[in-house]
Design a binder for this molecule. Structure first.
Ligand SMILES: [Zn+2]
Length: 352
């Protein structure tokens, strides 16, 4: 848990249409006039000229820029120590990988990290940890929350729809994660932080109530990204990922361990969220309603996701985080979850 005396939250948060055009201005007002930029694969072609022009207009000196696609710790460390000493900010522009790599570079070098996600696939852009490959295994390493978060909702809107659905799944997951955290606290295994609960709850409640018939609309995407960003801050307050990650995340992490080609994080998490909401007998109608209205369920139906894989993942779930005690750490609830996978009409309709 945090010692209660210090938490690091982002200094600036710009989530709006056209934000990428103003990146130079945001950097300038924060005094970050010498920067290193890492782009995801293929993204210099897409966004390079917008970013360069904006930086030039605001007299931001780009010391270095390059594309990168590796989250291998050795590559990330090499990169971190290639960053010039006079760098005022490390900017990561792209999907989960480049965000994690740039975040870790900034953390290692004690240079402010600016998170610029170009898709909404998860809450990684606003989390304090970085998912990197260490000795061939994907690991979540402690890092620091971004100093600044810049999200252009126009860019998010043009990313493939599956990324928006993944973000929706990862956001709705806070419903079951929070319920799990309370359950865990009642078991005496952890302590609830009331402020973290309130913030994460407000984020998810605000999101599930936004008009959701058009997932490309600015209002919907802004709400989604705002809520994901706020959830990251709830984790920072809690000093752990407990406010945003419960049984539904354990199922997804377990799937990642044995599937050759796992689905996007938030897709796996979203399906598991519905299953766990039924197990918890808490707000599963709301989860279903959001997934139906946004087209999440229709998207999932087009994927070849196997019920047997979910059954296996439920059995493995407690071993993913043995130190926690959420619903799936109890045998009876694992049985109930497997029963939901086998017999719930909604789940039977979407899994193969
Ligand atoms: Zn997640």
């Amino acid at each position: 848990m945090t010692d209660g005396t210090y938490i690091g939250i982002p200094t600036f948060l710009r989530i709006e249409a056209g934000a990428l055009n103003n990146i130079g201005e945001y950097l300038k007002v924060n005094g970050l006039n010498k920067v290193v930029i890492f782009f995801g694969n293929g993204l210099i072609d897409l966004f390079g000229s917008i970013v360069m022009r904006s930086c030039r207009e605001s007299e931001i000196e780009i010391l270095e820029y390059q594309e990168m696609d590796s989250v291998d710790i050795d590559n990330v460390m090499d990169l971190a120590f290639s960053i010039p000493n006079k760098t005022k900010a490390v900017i990561g522009i792209g999907g989960g990988k480049v965000i994690d790599a740039a975040k870790y570079c900034g953390f290692i070098r004690k240079i402010p990290f600016i998170s610029v996600p170009t898709s909404s696939s998860s809450d990684g852009f606003s989390s304090a940890s970085a998912s990197l490959v260490v000795d061939g295994h994907r690991m979540s390493l402690p890092a620091k929350l971004a100093y600044g978060i810049i999200v252009d909702t126009d860019v998010i809107s043009t990313a493939p729809e599956r990324f928006i659905y993944s973000g929706i799944g990862d956001m709705v997951a806070k419903i079951t994660a929070l319920y799990d955290w309370k359950y865990e606290a009642c078991s005496g295994v952890s302590e609830i932080n009331d402020v973290a609960v309130m913030i994460a709850k407000k984020a998810v409640n605000s999101f599930v109530r936004v008009p959701n018939d058009d997932i490309h609309s600015t209002i919907f995407l802004k709400e989604l990204l705002d809520s994901l960003a706020v959830s990251g801050i709830a984790n920072e307050i809690a000093g752990s990922s407990a406010p945003t990650s419960g049984s539904e995340h354990l199922i997804s992490h377990a799937l990642d361990k044995f599937l050759d080609n796992p689905q996007l994080h938030g897709i796996q998490v979203g399906i598991a969220t519905y299953i766990m909401a039924v197990v918890q007998d808490h707000r599963y109608e709301r989860v279903d309603k959001v997934f139906s209205a946004t087209g999440f369920w229709d998207h999932v139906k087009t994927l070849d996701i196997k019920a047997d894989d979910y059954i296996r993942a439920i059995d493995l779930a407690p071993s993913v985080k043995p130190h926690r005690h959420v619903y799936l750490h109890e045998e009876a609830y694992r049985e109930k979850a497997k029963d939901v996978v086998r017999n719930d009409l909604m789940v039977k309709g979407i899994l193969k």
